[in-house]
Design a protein around this ligand. Structure first.
Ligand code: SAM
Ligand code: SF4
Length: 330
């Protein structure tokens, strides 16, 4: 089988696909209160196009897909799309990243499909703080979803963007949650993808600071090996049911084993979160590209995947990294 290999010998097997740029939340670290400039509907990839792209990539060795956005559940017929993807036997894992507001009624259906894991974004366990961060009054719904997902057969991971002075006082509470709950709690370093560029913050909460903070409090900690391409460094407080992890999204110490590519909601192919987008798959498809044309393009493009996120950022030239994560596809 033809494969996607870059010039550093890394095999690409994981696609992150943004199904929309729209979102029903306005998280402060992701976009301004008024939202971002969304694109015309016609510019979004159709589900048929997404299905085809995923099928072609799966024929090149991609066996894991994460659906993200924007908020995937705001796109009409998202559940139908998931069902169609679940019929692709080449995919070992289909995962979703969601803000949790609209997934509640679909949990039973998701269990029936091949959905392996849901990453639920929840930046605070305190109602007022949560609602302030996401600029919506949705805490009760999201907490209910957290509990329902935990009871389901779907693996549950929590995504917490570490926001200095906003939720850093809750880091230990999140770790404490893993005592009785078999969930993976992951702290993400904040990145400048909020529609404006890097936010001004008084303190820098990077990987080391988060790790030191946790280990100063919980001493009996064991490292967990989640495979070399894991996006987070993972640990368990001994005797606890769940785990915690730290995602060095901004300090980028995990790039060496990267096995991921991204496609945005408008079809922009990205070799790296920090690059500017390499080509538009949507336009290529709409000009009549065959499956073989697509395969060749993917093979050639992946070959030039930058070594790491710093190299990718440099290749952007003078362009500052400031798009919203909702446009990039988190
Ligand atoms: N709307 C869904 C959600 O929030 O889970 C999926 C898309 S969101 C862009 C994907 C992930 O990116 C979320 O876990 C979110 O917290 C994270 N994210 C967004 N902006 C970020 C930023 N500036 N720095 C770090 N992570 C960010
Ligand atoms: Fe929406 Fe997710 Fe961005 Fe929050 S992080 S505004 S939920 S896309």
């Amino acid at each position: 089988m033809e494969q996607l290999l870059d010039k550093f010998g890394r095999k690409i097997s994981y696609l992150r696909l943004a199904v929309t740029d729209r979102c029903n939340f306005r998280c402060q670290y992701c976009m301004p209160a008024e939202g971002i400039q969304i694109v015309e509907r016609a510019e979004l990839l159709t589900f048929k196009e997404m299905y085809r792209i995923t099928r072609v990539l799966s024929e090149l060795g991609v066996n894991k897909v994460r659906l993200t956005g924007g908020e995937p559940f705001v796109r009409r017929d998202f559940m139908k799309f998931l069902e169609s993807l679940s019929f692709n036997d080449r995919l070992d894992q289909i995962n979703i990243t969601t803000n949790g507001a609209l997934i509640g009624e679909h949990i039973a259906a998701l269990e029936k499909m091949k959905i392996n894991a849901v990453n639920l974004s929840i930046d605070s366990l305190k109602e007022e703080n949560f609602n302030t961060i996401v600029r919506r009054k949705s805490f009760q719904k999201v907490i209910q979803v957290l509990n329902d997902l935990e009871q389901s057969s779907i693996r549950l991971k929590l995504n917490i963007v570490t926001l200095p002075g906003v939720n850093t006082d809750e880091i230990l509470d999140f770790v404490a949650l893993t005592k009785e709950k078999d969930i993976a709690v992951r702290f993400i370093e904040e990145m400048p993808f909020n529609g404006k560029g890097l936010r001004e913050t008084k303190e820098l909460w990077n990987y080391t600071k988060i790790y030191d903070h946790i280990t100063n409090h919980f001493q009996d900690i064991e490292k967990i090996d989640n495979g070399k391409s894991s996006t987070s460094h993972n640990f368990r407080v001994k005797g606890y049911k769940g785990t915690f992890g730290i995602i060095p999204a901004f300090t980028r110490t995990i790039c060496g084993d990267c096995n991921r590519i991204r496609i945005t909601a408008t079809g922009l192919f990205k070799n790296c979160l920090f690059d500017q987008g390499v080509f538009n798959v949507r336009d290529f498809i709409r000009k009549g590209a065959s499956d073989d044309d697509l395969k060749q393009l993917f093979i050639n493009t992946v070959h030039h995947k930058p070594e790491n996120g710093f190299v990718a950022e440099k290749m952007r030239g003078t362009d500052i990294v400031s798009e919203s994560m909702s446009t990039i596809g988190g």
